[in-house]
Design a protein around this ligand. Structure first.
Ligand code: MN
Length: 509
C-alpha cells in the first residue's frame, strides 16, 4: 500500500517514491534517423523535467511508442507499477491516434498531455522540410488530443515550451495532485464513533466513496481506542511532554507542578494512543466525535492538531469526507511553504465596510497554518461532558488561501472551492481559547457566501495556504467528479445556471 507522505521528502524535494512516466508517441513511418532524434529529444525533456525543482516527483523517460501494441503495453505497465502516479504524453511527431484507443481505454493512472515542441524558436534562416517533419507536435498533439476527447477521458493539457517556468510550475502542480490521488488509492480512514447525530452534510455514501475515490472508511467503537490509550507507558508520556515543552508556550496551569499538569499528561497519552492506533491499522486519517467519548478523559484537541501536522487527515464529528480531503491536501502540499488544515466557518464580522469570516473549530486546527509559536492551553469545553481539553492556540497569517468542501449530492460528489484572502488579525482575542483564522471570501463577502450556500458547501472544509483552485480542479478531474469554483469572477446568475446545467450533465453519467 502506498503511503507517499509518510515516506520522507527526499533529495531534491521529491515526494516519496512517486514516479511519472514521460511517454512520447510516434510511428514507424519516419525511419530510423528521425526516430533516433525523437528518442534523444524525449530523453532530454524527461531529464529536464526530472531535474526541475518545480516538479516534486521523479520523471522517468520511456522509450518512444510507435504501435498499438507498444502503447497498450506502456499503459498496462503504468497501471501495474505501484510507484507510477501518472503519465505525461507528448507527440513530437505524428502518432496516428487510432493506435492509442486500446491503451487509453485501459489506462487507470492520471494523464497529462504536454503540448510542447523541442525547439522553442523557429530557425528562420535554416528551416526546411526535415525540420518541419521532426517538429510537428503542433499537429501531432492535435491528433492525440482528439482521441482523448473522443474517449471522454479527463486529462490535464499543458501548453508551452518545456523549459518555460510557467509550464514547469503547472506540471509540478499536476504531479502534486496526482500524488494526492495516488495516496488515496487503497487508503484507510478510521472513524471513532458514528457521524454527529442528525448532521447531514458531513455524512454520505461510503460505498460510493470507496468506489469513486479508492479509500475505505470504517468505524471502531471508542473502546478499541481507549484500550490502546490506556496501554501507553508513563515513560512515553513523559517524553512527549518534553516535546510539548520545547515546542509550545505552556499555560501556567500546565507547567511542571502546575495545577492542571495531569491534564497535559492525559492529553499526551491520548495523542500517543491515537498515533499507535493509526500506525497499527495503517490509517491515513481519522475522525472522532464529542458525542462518543466513553472512557476518554478529554476530547482529543492537541492530539488531533499534532497528528494533522504530522500528515494525518482529520475532521471532527465523524466527518470522514473532510478527513480524507485534508489528507489528500496535505500530500498535494508536501514540502511547500504554508499548511493545510481542517477548518470550520464559525462566526462572522458583519461590518459592511469590512466583513470577515472567522474560521476555527472547537479545538482541532492544524498547527501547520500557525503564525508563530502556538501556546498550549487548557479551557473548559461547553459540550461533551468530559474534562477540560488541552489545545494549541494560535493566529494564522494573512495571504491567499482557499476552502475546499467535498459534498455528496446523492447522484454524485461535488468538490467546491472558495478562494479567500486571509487577513492578519487586528485585534487581540484574549478570551477565545482556540486557534483561529480570519478571511474575506472572493469575489466578495455576500456573493461568495451566497454561492457557497447555493452550492451546498459544508461548514467543514479543508483550508489551504499552499494549494490553488487549479490544483483542486485537477484533483476533481482525476476523480471524475463535479468541481465548482467560487473565485474572483463568480457571479450568482452564472453560478446558478452552472449548477442547473451540471444537474443535467451528471444525470447522464
Ligand atoms: Mn465541526
Amino acid at each position: 500500500m502506498s503511503n507517499i507522505l509518510n515516506a520522507p521528502v527526499g533529495e531534491g524535494g521529491k515526494i516519496g517514491s512517486a514516479v511519472v512516466w514521460f511517454v512520447t508517441g510516434s510511428q514507424h513511418l519516419y525511419g530510423d534517423e528521425t526516430l533516433r532524434q525523437v528518442a534523444e529529444h524525449s530523453q532530454t525533456i524527461a531529464k529536464a523535467l526530472n531535474e526541475a525543482s518545480q516538479i516534486p516527483v521523479q520523471v522517468v523517460f520511456k522509450p518512444t511508442v510507435k504501435s498499438p501494441e507498444e502503447i497498450y503495453n506502456v499503459c498496462a505497465d503504468a497501471n501495474n507499477d505501484r510507484n507510477v502516479i501518472g503519465i505525461i504524453t507528448w507527440m513530437h511527431t505524428f502518432s496516428p491516434a487510432k493506435m492509442w484507443i486500446n491503451g487509453l481505454k485501459i489506462l487507470q493512472k492520471p494523464l497529462l498531455h504536454l503540448h510542447t515542441q523541442f525547439n522553442r524558436d523557429i530557425p528562420w534562416a535554416d528551416i526546411d522540410m526535415d525540420f518541419m517533419n521532426l517538429n510537428q507536435s503542433a499537429h501531432g498533439d492535435r491528433e492525440f488530443g482528439f482521441m482523448v476527447s473522443r474517449l471522454r477521458r479527463n486529462r490535464k493539457v499543458v501548453v508551452g515550451h518545456w523549459q518555460d517556468e510557467a509550464v514547469l510550475q503547472t506540471i509540478g502542480g499536476w504531479a502534486r495532485v496526482a500524488a494526492g490521488w495516488h495516496d488515496w488509492q487503497g487508503a484507510r480512514f478510521v472513524r471513532f464513533g458514528d457521524n454527529m447525530r442528525f448532521v447531514a452534510v458531513t455524512d454520505g455514501d461510503k460505498v460510493e466513496a470507496e468506489y469513486k475515490f479508492g479509500f475505505s472508511v470504517n468505524t471502531h467503537g471508542i473502546g478499541d481506542l481507549v484500550k490502546v490509550i490506556n496501554a501507553i507507558s508513563d515513560a512515553e508520556v513523559d517524553a512527549l511532554i518534553k516535546v510539548y515543552e520545547e515546542s509550545y508556550t505552556l499555560a501556567a496551569g500546565l507547567v511542571k507542578d502546575g495545577a492542571q499538569r495531569q491534564s497535559l499528561k492525559d492529553a499526551a497519552r491520548i495523542e500517543l494512543g491515537l498515533k499507535a492506533f493509526l500506525q497499527d491499522g495503517n490509517y491515513k486519517g481519522f475522525s472522532d466525535t464529542f458525542e462518543d467519548l466513553h472512557g476518554m478523559k478529554q476530547l482529543p484537541g492537541i492530539a488531533a492538531q499534532r497528528l494533522m501536522a504530522a500528515g494525518y487527515g482529520f475532521a471532527g464529528e465523524g466527518d470522514w469526507k473532510t478527513a480524507a480531503l485534508v489528507r489528500a491536501m496535505k500530500v498535494m502540499g508536501a514540502g511547500l511553504t504554508g499548511g493545510n488544515s481542517f477548518m470550520e466557518d464559525y462566526t462572522y464580522h458583519l461590518d459592511p465596510a469590512n466583513p470577515l469570516v472567522l474560521g476555527s473549530h472547537m479545538l482541532e486546527i492544524c498547527e501547520s497554518i500557525a503564525a508563530g509559536k502556538p501556546s498550549c492551553e487548557i479551557h473548559p469545553l461547553g459540550i461533551g461532558g468530559k474534562e477540560d481539553p488541552v489545545r494549541l492556540v494560535f493566529n494564522v497569517a494573512g495571504g491567499p488561501a482557499l476552502n475546499a468542501s467535498l459534498v455528496d449530492m446523492g447522484n454524485r460528489f461535488r468538490l467546491l472551492v472558495n478562494e479567500v484572502e486571509a487577513v492578519a488579525p487586528e485585534h487581540d482575542l484574549p478570551k477565545l481559547p482556540v486557534a483561529r483564522v480570519l478571511w474575506k471570501p472572493y469575489p466578495d463577502f455576500k456573493t461568495g457566501l451566497a454561492a457557497w450556500i447555493l452550492a451546498g458547501g459544508a461548514h467543514h472544509t479543508g483550508y489551504s495556504q499552499n494549494l490553488t483552485a487549479e490544483n483542486l480542479e485537477d484533483f476533481a478531474d482525476i476523480a471524475n467528479i463535479e468541481f465548482v469554483l467560487i473565485g474572483k469572477n463568480t457571479n450568482l446568475y452564472q453560478l446558478k445556471n452552472e449548477l442547473r446545467w451540471n444537474e443535467v450533465y451528471y444525470r447522464g453519467q
